[in-house]
Write a protein that binds this ligand. Structure first.
Ligand SMILES: C[S@@+](CC[C@H](N)C(=O)[O-])C[C@H]1O[C@@H](n2cnc3c(N)ncnc32)[C@H](O)[C@@H]1O
Length: 206
């Protein structure tokens, strides 16, 4: 499979499950807000935030919007973006592959991405990390929810649709973070109640 075929699986899949996925995220909003509150001291108090693979905007884009940040969200799925627009009317949202986004350099104070880079083909992830570095302002902060296991390609049923995942694990991500020039200021291997494990990081561009 080439990259467009892989992206199409993800795009079509999330277009079909946008409503159900959004309601599940909304149901956990309070819990997620508590989690972000504990990390908020790592972030600036205001500024411009970019959420890559923002989905329906809940909970992450909404969290920063509620704190008064100027938020931009990008997602492959137009259905997800339509939901995000209703959730955060003051936000700027557009449909795009996060790897293909065009921003002028050093535009954002904060870049976040939760449970989305896990869908970006391994061969494109170094390019993506370099772009995140480029789009962040000096002293900018990135919060990324990454995978904890190296899996080149994995396709499975996800809420009744076909889905595609591709990711590295903790060790390789630490190498990428280093290679790109980020400073790793916080990390955590997070074990979710459903048995899934993620590698969460906060990075600084010095
Ligand atoms: C599991 S959902 C997570 C959504 C949201 N970040 C959250 O925390 O609920 C993954 C999202 O990433 C989006 N996505 C996956 N690959 C993407 C890509 N290459 N570019 C932009 N969005 C992508 C999907 O369309 C989907 O909305």
């Amino acid at each position: 499979m080439d990259v467009p075929e892989k992206s199409k699986i993800v795009e079509d899949g999330y277009n079909q499950i946008a409503d159900i996925y959004h309601s599940l995220r909304l149901a956990k909003k309070d819990l997620n807000y508590q989690y972000f509150d504990n990390l908020f001291h790592f972030f600036p108090e205001s500024g411009k935030v970019l959420d890559l693979g923002c989905g329906g905007g809940q909970p992450l884009t909404a969290y920063f919007a509620d704190k008064g940040f100027d938020v931009t969200g990008v997602d492959l799925s137009r259905e997800m973006i339509e939901i995000a627009k209703t959730q955060i009317p003051q936000g700027r949202f557009f449909v795009s592959d996060m790897v293909e986004c065009q921003f002028t350099g050093e535009e954002f104070d904060v870049i976040v991405s939760a449970f989305a880079i896990i869908h970006v083909p391994q061969e494109r992830q170094l390019i993506l990390f370099k772009k995140i570095f480029e789009w962040l302002k000096k002293n900018g902060t990135a919060y990324l929810v990454l995978a904890n296991q190296d899996v080149k390609e994995w396709r499975e049923d996800f809420y009744g649709v076909e889905m595609y995942w591709s990711h590295f694990g903790k060790q390789k991500y630490q190498e990428l973070i280093d290679e790109v020039g980020f400073e790793l200021i916080w990390d955590e291997v997070e074990n979710l109640p459903n048995g899934e494990v993620f590698y969460n990081v906060i990075l600084k561009k010095e």
